[in-house]
Design a protein around this ligand. Sequence first.
Ligand SMILES: Cc1cc2nc3c(=O)[nH]c(=O)nc-3n(C[C@H](O)[C@H](O)[C@H](O)COP(=O)(O)OP(=O)(O)OC[C@H]3O[C@@H](n4cnc5c(N)ncnc54)[C@H](O)[C@@H]3O)c2cc1C
Length: 397
Amino acid sequence: MNDHYDVLIIGGGPGGAMAGKAVAEAGLSCCIIEKRPAIGTPVRCAEGVGQEIYDFIDLDPKWVSARIQSAELVAPNGQVIELSSEMAGNEVGYVLDRKMFDRELIWRAANAGSDVYVKTRAVDAIVEDGAVKGARVEYAGEIRNISAKIVIAADGVESKFARWCGIDTTVPMNELETCVQYLMTDIDIDSSVNVFYLGNEMAPEGYVWIFPKGERTANVGIGISGKKCKDGSRPKDYLDRFVQEKFPKGKIIELIVGGVSACRPLRSTVANGLMIVGDAARVSDPLTGGGIINAMYTGKLAGEVAAECIKEGNLTAAVLKKYDTIWRESAMGKGIERNYQIKEIMIRLSDQKMDSILSSVQKMDLEVIGTKEIVRELIKYNPWLLKEMSNLKKILG
Ligand SMILES: Cc1cc2nc3c(=O)[nH]c(=O)nc-3n(C[C@H](O)[C@H](O)[C@H](O)COP(=O)(O)OP(=O)(O)OC[C@H]3O[C@@H](n4cnc5c(N)ncnc54)[C@H](O)[C@@H]3O)c2cc1C
């Protein structure tokens, strides 16, 4: 490990790997450090991605566990709404094998020329004269200082690096979805359909998901608002009740826990000498919790902008802000804001109102209309929704 790099990246998930590849491809020196002993494990993810993954990478069957053709929403009253691939958008596509997928992304960064160190943890930021200059790193039992022209914080939802640099990264408890997931086998499922169960009894301010991993095997998980967790009502309690009812004979072969932010992104994702990407920047989708593609997009963009700014010799927040502005104005940035507002409405709905909304979704011709039309149609069938929407204009565009 060198003592100095053009760019030091904290975290070897999809955000860090894409950033590392972009920096190395621009001909600059780059190092990705990952605190875990192996890239890609343990998997803390349901592994679902939409078709737009192809904007970043051609999928190889080796990293795909299942191809998803449609999605089903199950309303609190049990009615099932089928969403075709055109309508379901991000909810159809693929269920990845992230152990393989994350490794492939890191291999690509390494092949482009980036150094990669596992079991190497950032323990503090080096900040001098108001600018980030590197990180203190625990590597092979020693603490050492690694300096860098730019540090990219890609350290995921548990991110501490940006906080060490003085940025407020707090996720309010009510906007942190706490999740538990089982990898289950020997269960009766349709291996081409993602299923989502909604309702305050089922998963308060969240949902239960079944994402197939192949024949008779699936990620079965739940996310609920952190503020709804209490004794007897922890995510695992809800999930165990669900599993007992739906898959009493299924076998649990893996258990993971994790958090997903459902808040707005950080106010600023840059500072002098610092860029923040992926879950660390809180750019996962506040409605669905999906963050793989958003991490890949922001990671790649941050890497490209970092390389440009280093070549120009200006590393101030004012110049790095180009990265922040581009992603906020992108379809991803606008989608996050829209889905944040939709989520704010959804979490206030009673089960009865949710049933009413989902029942009207079933009446629509979902093959031919887009998001704005859907919102208009929903209001036609559920005029009370208007009152719930404080910022309707923004959603309708
Ligand atoms: C239960 C669950 C289900 C999910 N399901 C989906 C889904 O179906 N689809 C989807 O798109 N998204 C899903 N997500 C979200 C998705 O996993 C994340 O959005 C995505 O992994 C973000 O990528 P990232 O690179 O920003 O962060 P991560 O993938 O979290 O990578 C960050 C890395 O940084 C490392 N790190 C942290 N601190 C340090 C440090 N100090 N020093 C060195 N390394 C450090 C971590 O070990 C980690 O490997 C889910 C999340 C959870 C918890």
